[in-house]
Design a protein around this ligand. Structure first.
Ligand code: BYC
Length: 351
């Protein structure tokens, strides 16, 4: 049942094979001595050389201020998405249909907290603190993924999130394993391996429902109907309207455009939906022999812009919950800071 998850991709072993290849390339890059910019050498030229040679920019390296700002924006938005993304599924932990399902979902949601932490740590290497990033989210000055502003109405939605949302996330994130900024690329390798488990657990939930009673199958179809277009919108605006793509691709932060990845996702999902016995809610979805890809209906980008600007079905609820959790957690942060200060003091006395 899981065999088709990542089949039909370019690299041997499908998307997970690409993650392995990216990991090997990262190791090889770390072993090659790329030297440092010599005294008097033009730092901008050295930066361009490193990017051209597909080497990694590391925190110690000089980088253009706009490159740093773009990375902070994207990595922070990614980290916030993981943390806010715990809410729609967290909503079902207490109502999972069995103890086994509950344990699996709990582990998945905890993984997402872990992904948020790797990503905040990667962003911190760019000279901004986690506290500052959290404040930017809470003040509404940084974004998180549009997808988490939709409600999880039934248990089948947990399956749809795993299959479609984590599936879209993997398609988007596998190329980020080759991102030019070392700490982000390394974080992505671990995240992608875990996401592949997440995708499979969602697919399995839907597979069970789709092969269950007629009411269960209808519930699975309803979840697919509601999550399909928001999942397509996760890839961002179409290329012509994407503000950052051209520069991010020149810097090798992004490796593919929003539309290229969206197409790749659709092509991957069609066969998977067939195995589930569910229908993708797009009457115009059909194979295009000339393009060797599926033609499909685009998501409603006006709706995406509305959701991004705070007017989706659950934006206010998600942010209110996050603010509440942050306030409730103040004592933990204070206790951790007091403990760290105490340890530092002990070290000073001992020295
Ligand atoms: N939602 O120029 P563009 C997960 C914004 S978490 C919100 O194309 P870019 C998971 C964009 O920020 C998955 N905003 O931007 C967790 C920009 O606005 P600003 C999260 C969006 O950056 C828990 C403007 O629109 N994944 O998998 O080149 C449970 C113009 O866009 C969205 C990541 O964060 C959106 N969908 O490309 C389960 C991946 N799309 O900043 C699963 C990393 C666009 O100029 N991020 N915007 O005000 C990326 O790959 C890129 O940032 C994007 C957008 C492809 C998302």
């Amino acid at each position: 049942m899981y065999g088709n998850d990542f089949s039909g991709e370019d690299a041997p072993g499908g998307l997970l094979g690409e993650v392995e290849a990216a990991e090997a390339a990262l190791r090889a890059a770390a072993e090659r001595d790329r030297g440092a910019a010599g005294p008097g050498e033009d730092l901008a030229a050295y930066f361009a050389q490193v990017i051209d040679a597909d080497q990694k920019i590391e925190p110690r390296d000089w980088m253009p201020e706009a490159y740093r700002r773009t990375l902070i924006r994207q990595i922070a938005q990614h980290a916030h998405s993981e943390i806010i993304g715990m809410q729609p599924e967290g909503n079902w932990i207490s109502r999972a249909p069995s103890l086994k399902r509950k344990a699996i979902l709990l582990a998945k949601v905890q993984d997402e907290a872990g992904h948020g932490l790797y990503l905040y740590a990667a962003a911190e290497t760019l000279g901004i603190s986690r506290d500052e990033l959290v404040d930017l989210l809470l003040n509404g000055r940084q974004k998180y993924s549009s997808i988490f502003n939709y409600p999880t109405l039934t248990w089948a939605d947990v399956g749809a999130i795993g299959w479609l949302v984590d599936g879209a996330a993997i398609v988007n994130q596998v190329p980020l394993c080759r991102c030019s900024y070392g700490p982000y690329a390394r974080a992505m390798i671990r995240v992608c391996k875990e996401e592949s488990f997440h995708q499979r657990q969602g697919y399995e939930i839907l597979h069970v429902l789709a092969h269950g009673t007629p009411a269960q199958k209808a519930m699975a179809q309803d979840a697919l109907d509601r999550w399909w277009y928001p999942s397509l919108a996760m890839f961002g605006p179409p290329d012509g309207d994407s503000t950052h793509s051209a520069q991010s691709m020149a810097w090798k932060i992004k490796r593919f455009s929003n539309d290229e990845l969206r197409q790749r996702f659709v092509d991957m999902c069609v066969g998977q939906a067939e195995v589930l016995g569910l229908t993708i809610p797009d009457p115009d979805l059909r194979w295009n022999d000339e393009r060797q890809a599926y033609d499909f209906t685009q998501p409603d980008y006006a709706e995406l812009m509305q959701v991004i600007s705070g007017n989706g079905p659950c934006n206010r609820e998600r942010m209110a919950h996050r603010r509440h959790a942050h306030t409730e957690g103040a004592w933990v942060r204070e206790a951790a800071a007091a403990y760290a200060a105490k340890q530092k003091n002990k070290e000073k006395v001992a020295a």
